[in-house]
Design a protein around this ligand. Structure first.
Ligand SMILES: Cc1cc2nc3c(=O)[nH]c(=O)nc-3n(C[C@H](O)[C@H](O)[C@H](O)COP(=O)(O)OP(=O)(O)OC[C@H]3O[C@@H](n4cnc5c(N)ncnc54)[C@H](O)[C@@H]3O)c2cc1C
Length: 479
């Protein structure tokens, strides 16, 4: 099968999947006013393959058949593949006007993590299955969500100590050809509008928790799966000033598995509890770098919005404003530099022959990004002023009696007309002062792992002994 078009991708989503939003069953996710935001953002992935410029980056030859397939499915078995992936993701974001299409990134990061772990385990059956699955997705040009985060209940307790055994997804039955699973995975990006679910454990497991040590793939419309989405913002946005293309973003779901049957050919880990944490770790090693890469275009245009807000208010030459500029530029460029440092030092993950970006630098980049984002937003809010939350809406601008007042009173600095200033403030509202902006702040902290997850990886990867040896040399210690 050739690379799909955006229309073919959307047609594939009309498959009776069991998706709910606002307490209502969604008959067609491609037409729901909220989920459509995500569908149209994801659709860019399928446009890239047919774009003459982008396809040079996003399309490769299937090594077996020679047919064109998405570069996301490339096996990263050479060091330069890491920088290639950086170029793929960052250009995908520029192509999608600042938002990542995000329907092959997480999935292929998990495929890479599972491939590395299967090799490290030396399990030929798992190696074959995950390899078959990689090329199944590539040849059918499928979109995939990554289902990692369990609902977890009491965080201080392991899966087997919880009030209910289903706070972590687990195997509840098994036959020769299939397993049956129950449980729920939370916050799943794009779950409502992907073809496939790829499920892995989220944490370490004890010997008594073997049933929870399971990784598998399943089509998103499989019987027994129910998804609940919450609205983010509407595709048809009457509130903000229109932009050249509709706004982009994604929708998450809570995905419930109620006795779902999974064929064993799609099971990649089963009861190897000793490897549960390593699977989660391997996925993070690949995925955290994806995360920092796609942040870069977002930070670039947000910095631009802050600079323009100052110009629109005529304050760009004031010294305290230039201090704000320096803070924003420092933040954005440090994140970029750390991302570059990460892809410039590829590592052979666990000796598996698969390459990841430097884990130390990837985690530094993500931690830097997440730790300073709120201050970055505060700087933009400060420059833009109170209009961010009080400005009249686009509907007022369109009203024939109100518009002359807005034209008269809403002008600002430099070359900004009232319309241009309001347009800018309208976008700024969306990005730093709306419900979506609140979502973005939380996303920054928790998506792709919370602060603690990055700090754990820093401890694991930082050259602690090297630091101490340097100090011992200086002091003359023999301890
Ligand atoms: C917008 C968004 C998109 C996401 N997309 C996906 C996705 O596509 N797929 C997916 O699988 N996940 C996804 N996630 C989930 C994300 O990885 C988690 O939110 C993150 O790992 C934190 O888990 P949590 O939300 O359960 O919070 P918690 O783990 O409950 O964290 C809350 C606080 O509790 C602390 N804490 C947690 N456990 C312990 C403990 N044992 N002891 C002490 N302190 C503890 C944490 O450090 C943190 O400070 C997404 C999240 C967001 C916000």
């Amino acid at each position: 099968m050739a690379l799909r078009t955006a229309e073919e991708y959307k047609a594939g989503l009309r498959d009776n999947r069991n998706v709910f939003i606002l307490g209502q069953k969604v008959p067609d996710v491609t037409e729901d006013p909220y989920i459509k935001v995500g569908v149209e953002t994801a659709a860019f992935d399928f446009m890239m393959g047919h774009d003459p410029v982008m396809s040079k980056i996003t399309v490769m030859k299937d090594p077996e058949t020679g047919e064109p397939v998405s570069t996301y499915f490339e096996v990263p078995d050479y060091p330069e593949s890491v920088q290639k992936r950086h170029e793929l993701i960052i250009n995908a974001c520029y192509f999608a006007e600042g938002a990542l299409p995000f329907v092959k990134d997480v999935g292929s990061d998990i495929i890479n993590g599972l491939t590395a772990v299967a090799k490290i385990m030396g399990n030929p059956s798992y190696i074959r299955r995950i390899n078959d699955y990689r090329w199944h997705c590539a040849r059918k040009d499928l979109s995939i969500a990554g289902l990692v985060t369990d609902v977890k209940g009491d965080r201080s307790k392991g899966p087997s100590e919880q009030k209910t055994p289903d706070y972590y997804l687990r195997v509840v039955d098994e036959s020769a050809d299939e397993i049956v699973v129950s449980g729920a995975k939370a916050h799943i990006t794009a779950g409502a509008y992907v073809d496939e679910f790829l499920v892995i454990p989220t944490r370490n497991m004890s010997e008594a928790e073997g049933d929870y040590a399971v990784a598998f793939a399943i089509p998103a419309n499989t019987k027994g799966i129910t998804q609940m989405c919450r609205p983010n913002f509407r595709y048809e946005d009457k509130y903000h000033f229109p932009t050249p293309t509709p706004k982009r973003g994604h929708i998450e779901s809570l995905v419930v598995f109620d006795n779902v049957r999974v064929p064993k050919e799609r099971v990649f880990i089963l009861r190897e509890w000793q490897f549960a944490q390593y699977v989660a770790y391997a996925f993070s090693a690949f995925h955290r770098y994806t995360a920092v890469t796609y942040k870069i275009p977002i930070l670039e245009y947000m910095t631009g919005l802050g600079l323009l807000a100052a110009e629109a208010n005529g304050i760009e030459k004031a010294s305290h404003v230039r201090e704000r500029f320096i803070e924003m530029i420092k933040y954005t460029e440090t994140t970029k530099a750390l991302a570059k440092a990460a892809y410039s030092s590829p590592e052979n993950f666990g000796g598996s022959g698969l390459y990841v970006a430097s884990r130390l630098n990837s985690n530094m980049a993500k931690l830097h990004f997440a730790s300073n984002f709120h201050e970055f937003v505060r700087n933009i809010q400060d420059l833009a002023g109170g209009l961010l939350v009080t400005q009249p809406t686009y509907q007022d601008w369109k009203h024939k009696e109100l518009r002359p007042y807005l034209e008269k009173y809403m002008g600002g600095g430099g070359n900004f007309t009232a319309e241009e200033r309001l347009k800018l403030m309208s976008m700024l509202h969306h990005i730093v002062a709306s419900d979506f902006a609140g979502w973005h702040e939380v996303c920054t902290i928790h998506a792709e792992g919370s602060f603690a997850a990055q700090k754990m990886m820093l401890f694991a990867e930082a050259p602690m002994n090297m630091y101490k040896d340097r100090a011992k040399e200086v002091v003359g210690l023999n301890v």
